[in-house]
Design a protein around this ligand. Structure first.
Ligand code: UDX
Length: 455
């Protein structure tokens, strides 16, 4: 009935699987759809095929409660539901910066074709502005003329590693292009804890699409801004971490996303700013395109800078040198290595002839399947053995806790490149390490420092 809409969720990646589980948690009957039978099989058994804290428990709970099930059969799922969430991916095209919209188009057309009664199609995927309007035409072409259907946009802002919390307590709910009736249905779906006290912004389709894209563009810009300032800090002998703390006290600026370092990666920010660059150019919005290009360039330059620092620390060449790498995930608390700056740097050093041994608390497996020729170690200790330089490329809290004294015994050179500015430099230098960071001065080993003061 209209008061108790049944939900289908097309696509069961981070976005779809989490959204499906959250809708079940809110008490709705949910079916998740994916083309990949292995994913459907795993999820049906309460297993999540990727690392996302809290999600396996939630999926298991609602597969058991009977409110959540998974299928590969989109026709059956569509017929059994009233609201259809489109949660499939929009990866970067192989040959350009544009987003690949084929999954979104195929999923939307399939829902439209299989509608057996009135339906609401809700787009959640991140898409270039203007996509939803085209999808409406696509729906009109595929739906049987007697069936009442509406398509709206409701972007999702979840972060990997915090997907469950972000979905269950969002900062805002954006509804693009919704009729009064559709808005009422959405308010019913989000009536529970999800929507309590959460601002709802109702707007047109292009605004809703752009809210998501520009949120990611802003976050990426903030990171590239601080990385650009880090370059100035290095040249001027200033400390970017102290500077970021000081900036962050200004509430207009805020401390978050001001960590200078290896820059952003993952399945979202890089491809989203590139898609915005591409789309802005198409629309003749050249200044926005130029800004995104700078953000991307600054971000990629951070990876090169860490490679250069490593080569310099190894005396001009890494050929046949052992390099220990701590962290390959694109950020902590995930096993995701998509567009990972860390894996990128490790791979680049390997290609320059270094013997690279990597340790990541969660991402060794995903990294190995992408880059099998690197060596993988199960502990930080094992990654460090015999190394000419140690690189910290993802700021897992575990790495802050490793003992510089203990690791110092194992390495050939006590040089650590802290590409995430996450180590206690004083502690490492006291243990005899040279600490090379980004946007702050190199900390020399404590004894050497004492000597130079004496001289
Ligand atoms: C991002 C957005 O935050 C989220 O709202 C959107 O829905 C999807 O994209 P996510 O990709 O999961 O989420 O990662 P996020 O936590 O935003 O981090 C992105 C990247 O920026 C990581 O590689 C991280 O290491 C880097 N980063 C973040 C920095 O380099 N410095 C910072 O200060 C913050």
């Amino acid at each position: 009935s209209a008061t108790r809409p049944r939900v289908s969720v097309i696509g069961t990646g981070y976005l779809g699987a989490t959204h499906a589980a959250a809708m079940a948690e809110m008490g709705f009957e949910v079916v998740g759809v994916d083309q990949d039978p292995r994913k459907v099989e795993a999820l049906s058994a309460g297993r999540v095929p990727f690392f996302e804290p809290g999600l396996p428990e939630l999926i298991e709970k609602h597969v058991a409660s009977g409110r959540l099930r998974f299928t590969t059969d989109i026709a059956e799922a569509t017929a059994a539901s009233d609201v259809h969430f489109i949660c499939v991916g929009t990866p970067q095209q192989a040959t350009s910066f544009a987003a690949n919209l084929s999954y979104v188009e195929d999923a939307t057309a399939a829902v439209a074709r299989n509608l057996t009664h009135r339906g609401l199609i809700v787009g959640k995927s991140t898409v270039p502005v203007g996509t939803a309007a085209r999808l409406r035409l696509l729906v009109a072409r595929h739906v049987s003329s007697s069936i009442d259907v509406e398509l709206i946009w409701n972007p999702e802002f979840l972060r990997e590693g915090k997907a469950v919390d972000d979905t269950l307590s969002p900062d805002r709910i954006v509804l693009g292009g919704a009729s009064r009736e559709a808005e009422e249905t959405m308010r019913t779906l989000y009536a529970g804890p999800i929507g309590a006290g959460v601002p709802v912004i109702s707007c047109d389709l292009p605004t809703a699409e752009l809210v998501k894209v520009s949120a990611n563009a802003f976050l990426a810009t903030k990171i590239s801004f601080i990385n650009a300032i880090a370059e100035v800090c290095e040249a001027a002998g200033a400390d970017v971490s102290v500077l970021a703390d000081a900036l962050g006290h200004d509430v207009r600026i805020g401390r978050q996303f001001l960590n200078a370092g290896l820059g952003f990666g993952g399945g979202c920010l890089p491809k989203d700013i590139r898609a915005l660059m591409h789309r802005s150019k198409e629309l003749g919005a050249h200044r926005a395109a130029g800004l995104m290009q700078q953000v991307d360039e600054i971000n990629m330059a951070q990876r090169q800078s860490v490679i250069d620092k490593t080569v310099a620390a190894a005396g001009g060449s890494v050929l046949n040198r052992r390099i220990g790498v701590l962290g390959v995930a694109f950020k902590p608390f995930t096993d995701d290595v998509r567009d990972s700056p860390a894996l990128n740097v490790a791979a680049a050093l390997h290609l320059r002839g270094a013997q690279v041994t990597v340790h990541d608390p969660e991402a060794n497996g995903t990294a190995r399947s992408n880059f099998p020729t690197l060596s993988y170690a199960t502990t930080a200790r094992d990654a460090a053995i015999g190394a000419s330089a140690l690189l910290v490329l993802t700021e897992w809290p575990d790495f802050g806790a490793v003992s510089p004294d203990e690791l110092g015994e194992l390495v050939e050179n006590r040089v650590v490149i802290d590409a995430r500015n996450c180590l206690d430099a004083a502690r490492w230098s006291a243990a005899g390490w040279r600490v090379i960071a980004l946007g702050r001065e190199t900390t020399v080993p404590a004894e050497a420092h004492a000597q130079s003061v004496l001289v």
